[in-house]
Design a binder for this molecule. Structure first.
Ligand code: MG
Length: 260
């Protein structure tokens, strides 16, 4: 039997821009749920999204890392700034691990802090919370077009499934599959889907994730696309391997224009 075609999308940075929400929810997580001596308890949660936070976003894989980075930015002593961020990024993963160790945190608990900050906003003022997300209209239109043409749509994200679901409802996208951080790694999820579907594209803005898929013998046949409009590091667009194509929003627009 012929396999159905399936397109896979990452969520944050590909379908939506949620930068203001990431910052705001991380601030709330620090204020209400994080136990830290290094920050004052009276955090101003109306702070404008930090430029340092924005510039570090391409390094982040999981939500709990955003809580760590926000903690470093709002610290009383020796905060993370534009001037010292280079050394932080030079050893990003170890620096995050050091902060966790120093504070006796663990990543699962940090993730819970972030999730609770999101739950708090959803129960207090859902409309305000959701308004912090901006969909990429071209991507939303492209998904609808692909669905109309008989394609299955899958979304795989390192965000919690429940939160992703709420945002998808708001922007009127109803995927056939939705996997959150609870479902395991992206290469694992894709490996399972390959048995039943012909995957015709995987759109993602984290190059490392795409490389993991492209270099995995189980998933290497999946066409990989780096979303140019997402949270990319400056060098990501340079020297892409042949297995990964850079996709621009205009490419999607052009594709749609041919069918309007
Ligand atoms: Mg992303």
């Amino acid at each position: 039997m012929k396999k159905k075609e399936l397109i896979l999308f990452d969520f944050d940075g590909v379908i939506v821009d949620g930068m203001n929400e990431y910052w705001h929810s991380s601030l709330l997580a620090c204020k209400y749920y994080l136990n830290s001596k290094d920050i004052c308890s009276d955090i101003n949660t109306n702070l404008k999204t930090s430029d340092v936070f924005i510039s570090l976003r391409p390094w982040i894989k999981y939500g709990w890392e955003m809580v760590i980075i926000t903690h470093e930015i709002i610290k009383k002593n020796n905060p993370l700034t534009d001037k010292n961020k280079k050394s932080f990024l030079a050893d990003y993963q170890n620096n995050c691990a050091e902060i966790i160790k120093k504070n006796s945190w663990d990543s699962n608990n940090l993730q819970k802090c972030l999730d609770r900050a999101r739950e708090l906003q959803i129960s207090n003022n859902f409309d305000k919370w959701i308004s912090l997300y901006n969909p990429f209209i071209e991507v939303v239109k492209f998904i609808k077009y692909a669905e109309k043409n008989g394609c299955q749509i899958g979304i795989i994200t390192t965000k919690g499934k429940l939160f992703t679901q709420k945002i998808l409802e708001k922007i009127d996208i109803n995927p056939d599959f939705l996997y959150g951080y609870e479902s395991g790694s992206k290469p694992e999820i894709i490996t399972n889907l390959i048995n039943d579907f012909k995957i015709i594209g995987f759109l993602e803005d984290r190059l490392k994730t795409l490389l993991n898929v492209a270099n995995n013998s189980q998933t290497s046949a999946v066409p990989c696309y780096l979303a140019d409009w997402g949270y990319l590091k400056e060098d990501d667009r340079k020297n892409l391997p042949k297995t990964i194509k850079l996709l621009k929003l205009n490419d999607l627009k052009n594709k749609l224009a041919n069918f309007d």
